[in-house]
Design a binder for this molecule. Structure first.
Ligand code: BES
Ligand code: ZN
Length: 881
């Protein structure tokens, strides 16, 4: 009731009240690119549906004058001015109090406002670029998750969908883009006014505006949708690859979702200062340069793949996210997990030679790692304040999310899954949906118990390890929560089990619905042994076939022997080889298996031919070498020798020079193998790297160092310490300063702190904070910190924390400063020290990340202790080398 309303009741609430619903926004914006300010007006058509004297909407960092707010009922019959205007800063709301109850039905709220084009890469912000050698500002928006309110007052929640009609006033020589095409342009001397077509109804976080000087390339889809890639003047060639991918992807999604692309045009644009990787604004997708531009001569194969998958991801959102939107941030994973999964579908169709579904495993493994922490969170999480949203754009929402979608798709079958999905998109188009809505549609379409199955995965954090043992022709399966700490935990899942015995022809699938189950498989075993001609005693069973399930498997006794046999005798697919290695690694970290047995398993991968599996072997090796360096430094040289010997086969096959017509995957693998050998100090690689690096330093066009091998050469040169003249560091800095390609800049940044000399690490970290490194890129400088440099890095983080938290304070980039430096430690004492430092510095935006990083340190400490206890380790390593 109106009488009982008061201002206090609107404070501290997670969501806005629903007594007035926005229907349409008419927005006028006039950015001043030199003064970095903007002015604007918004007229919002609202539907007043309950008695109210208040209107409550979002606004933040905007100046709203009392005399520039009014409301009028239907037909503008009477203009009402609010008697009180309050901005509640903490809650980022604007509360308007009127002296009388507002008339029900349609009304118009008019607000004039001013703001600053900020430097924080959110809301309406400025990005700096060079044009004809001079620095210029462009104006860019980034509204997800909750920053549209920093550009114009609005009901800034995904469920308040409305249509948007935008007018911009900008310098007449500038390009100004928004979600929809321009319908009218009025030029008046050196300013122009652009009127954009009204959008279909959409959420505020997807509204976008970009103003600057750009070139573009363009093409059309088979439906005649105009697609453009915009980038800095003179670089439009670099947009061609993304353009081609976009056109193909749009055609593909139209088929897959069985709904045409919903808007009249699609623009994609590279922004030099950009916090995330890319943003799916409806009809105007914004990207980091590294995620959109591809340079034939200086981009690596990995860069190319990144561009294709990011484009595939953002375009998937045009349907999944933009047309059908999550009802609230609790369901963010629906958006992100789904778009991530679909982007692999697109990449697989356009570039089958990339074997992207195998690579999917390597990408989603960080979901398995994060979810093995006690400090993980369920996929569906309560969100009570806008500042809690940023932190859930994490590996759980993206990668566990994508993995669960894949698991479900494999369980239901690709065709049934696609059909149901298409009806979901149709049913919820121009509307909002919750996780359950998707399950309902899939349940209807498949007749399977989707909801109960999936609830066990989305409402509960973590995932199970399934322990398998063979006893008298019966299989015993036991599930329990897997924690990387090795601690026991509670949890029970409905696990879609798949298994194959002796061959991919003999398979079985069922749902494991209880803690443990006994299955009679004697027949299956007998037939698999006779069918495949295996000798008795050489049978094998692989569970979680092709790793499509989000769980781990622990093989016991003869099953373990069988798996080893299957790998060595080439019986398994690359995905299964990957899974066995990763499960064994994870079990070892959790002290459920000793390190010697992991190392022994690794020897079975000596002749591994597949990119993704070898790449993962390298990742596992890095970590093992790192742990041994702390646990038993006297074994360091031997373990490095062992790993180098494992990689020898691939290294010899690939060499340094690209082969005519070689595969994309070989190009990527070469880079990774050489980088690893350089990092582990392999002398021949080192010498060759330095030779090639010098050739490159003298001539940027030399064929001796193509983009795929540059990272390896940079690692080698920075690891070659020469205290007297810092040759490596200085040379890399020279290259950094000279290049204007973002991918090259990040490649160099990610090597600078890998020096074994702590002084150079310290210098590199200070450089990262200098004006020569864009704020968006600073985190890359932290990615390669050497073991020798980690103490210096921690000291640096403490000394600079005030500056860092002020500069990166309100976004997920700050969390990366914490995680990359903190997680590198391996002792409980260090964890305590770090915890003490942050005790007084914790904020909602980093608290989850800090807890997770500290847990990782304690897990490392555990692992170090078990390695030290492993008596026969030294002998085992010696035997393996
Ligand atoms: N919606 C996100 C962008 C985003 C991320 C906005 C975090 C606000 C906070 C976008 O669709 C996205 O997921 N981008 C990814 C790239 C993608 C290929 C995984 C990113 O930014 O890393
Ligand atoms: Zn996304």
């Amino acid at each position: 009731m109106a009488e009982s309303q008061n201002l206090e009741q609107f404070k501290g609430q997670a969501r806005l009240p629903k007594f007035a619903i926005p229907k349409r926004y008419d927005i006028f914006l006039k950015p001043d690119l030199d003064a970095c300010k903007f002015t604007g007006t918004v007229e919002i058509a609202v539907d007043v549906v309950e008695d109210t004297r208040f209107l409550v909407l979002n606004a933040a960092e905007l100046t709203v004058e009392n005399q520039s707010v009014w409301f009028s009922g239907h037909g503008y019959s009477e203009v009402l001015r609010p008697s009180e205007i309050t901005i509640v800063e903490n809650d980022e709301i604007l509360v308007l109090l009127f002296s009388d109850v507002l008339p029900h039905g349609e009304g118009f709220l008019w607000i004039g406002f001013e703001g600053t084009l900020n430097d924080r890469m959110k809301g309406f912000y400025r990005s700096v670029y060079k044009h004809n050698g001079e620095n210029k500002n462009m104006a860019v928006t980034q509204f997800e998750p909750a920053d549209a309110r920093r550009c114009f007052p609005c009901w800034d929640e995904p469920a308040f969908k409305a249509s948007f009609k935008i007018i911009l006033e900008v310098p007449s020589d500038h390009v100004a883009l928004s979600n929809m095409p321009v319908t009218k342009e009025e030029v008046n001397g050196n300013v122009k006014k652009l009127y954009y077509q009204e959008s279909p109804i959409m959420s505020t976080y997807l509204v976008a505006v970009v103003v600057g000087l750009f070139d573009f390339v363009e093409a059309s889809t088979t439906d005649g949708i105009n697609v453009r890639v915009y980038c800095q003047v003179g670089k439009s060639n670099q947009g061609k690859f993304a353009l081609d991918v976009a056109v193909k992807t749009l055609d593909l999604y139209k088929e897959y979702f069985a709904v045409p692309y919903p808007l009249p045009k699609l623009d994609m644009i590279a922004i030099p200062d950009f916090a995330a990787g890319a943003m799916e604004n409806y009809g105007l997708v914004t990207y980091r340069e590294t995620a959109l531009l591809y340079d034939e001569r200086h981009s690596a194969a990995a860069n190319k793949q990144r561009v294709a998958t990011v484009v595939g991801h953002e375009l998937a959102h045009q349907w999944f996210g933009n047309l059908v939107t999550m009802e609230w941030w609790t369901h963010l994973w629906l958006n992100e997990g789904f778009a991530t999964w679909v982007s692999y579908l697109a990449a697989d169709s356009i570039f089958p030679e990339w074997k992207i579904w195998t690579q999917f495993l390597d990408d989603t493994v960080s979901g398995l790692r994060l979810d093995a922490l006690a400090e993980s969170h369920p996929i569906e999480v309560d969100i009570n304040h806008a500042n809690e949203i940023d932190e859930i754009f994490d590996a759980i929402s993206y990668l566990k999310g994508a993995s669960l979608i894949r698991m479900l798709q494999c369980f239901l079958g690709a065709e049934c899954f696609q059909k149901s999905l298409a009806s979901y998109v149709k049913r919820f188009a121009y509307s909002n949906a919750k996780t359950e809505d998707l399950w309902n549609v899939l349940e209807e379409g498949s007749g399977e118990p989707v909801k109960i199955l999936m609830n066990s995965w989305t409402k509960q954090q973590g995932y199970p390890v399934v322990d398998v043992t063979l006893r008298d022709g019966k299989l015993e399966l036991k599930q329990s929560l897997f924690l990387a700490s090795g601690s026991p935990g509670v949890g029970e899942w409905i696990v879609p089990i798949t298994m194959c015995c002796g061959s991919y022809e003999t398979t079985k699938k069922f749902l494991l619905q209880t803690k443990s189950e006994l299955i009679n498989v004697s027949q299956l075993l007998d037939s698999s042994i006779t069918n495949t001609g295996e000798k008795a005693g050489c049978f094998w069973i692989k569970f979680n076939v092709d790793q499509t399930g989000f769980y781990r498997v622990k093989y016991n006794g003869e099953l373990e022997t069988g798996i080893r046999y299957a790998i060595e005798n080439n019986k398994l697919s690359a995905t299964d080889r990957f899974g066995i290695l990763d499960d064994s690694y994870a079990l070892c970290m959790a002290s459920k298996q000793n390190l010697s047995s992991l190392l022994s398993l690794m020897t079975a991968y000596r002749e591994e031919p597949e990119y993704t599996v070898t790449s993962h072997l390298i990742t596992v090796s890095y970590k093992v070498i790192y742990m041994i360096a702390d646990a038993s430094p006297e074994l360091s040289a031997d373990i490095k020798q062992f790993v180098i010997s494992l990689l020898q086969h691939s290294a010899e096959r690939l060499g340094w020079d690209p082969k005519e017509g070689e595969s994309h995957l070989d190009a990527m693998l070469r880079g990774e193998i050489l980088s690893a050998l350089a990092k582990f100090g392999h002398p021949a690689t080192h010498d060759e790297a330095l030779k090639r690096f010098n050739a490159f330093l003298n001539d940027r066009d030399t064929l001796l160092l193509p983009p795929d091998t540059r990272h390896a050469a940079y690692v080698a040169v920075i690891r070659a310490v020469d205290k007297t003249n810092k040759y490596g560091y200085d040379s890399l800095l020279k290259l950094y300063r000279e290049t204007d390609l973002s991918q090259e800049k990040t490649r160099i940044l990610s090597c600078l702190a890998s020096s074994p000399d702590p002084d150079i690490v310290s210098e590199a970290l200070n450089f990262v904070l200098s004006s020569e490194v864009r704020n968006q890129d600073a985190v890359f400088g932290l990615s390669g910190i050497s073991l020798e440099g980690r103490e210096v890095a921690w000291k640096w983080l403490k000394e600079n924390w005030d500056y860092i938290s002020k500069t990166w304070g309100s976004g997920f980039l700050l969390t990366r400063f914490v995680s990359s430096i903190v997680s590198s430690f391996t002792s409980d004492e260090k964890a305590n020290e770090i915890e003490a430092f942050f005790a007084t510095r914790i904020t909602p935006g980093i608290s989850r990340t800090l807890k997770q990083s500290l847990e990782r340190v304690r897990i490392n400490a555990n692992w170090v202790r078990s390695i030290r206890k492993e008596d026969s380790l030294a002998t085992a390593i010696k035997e393996l080398v």
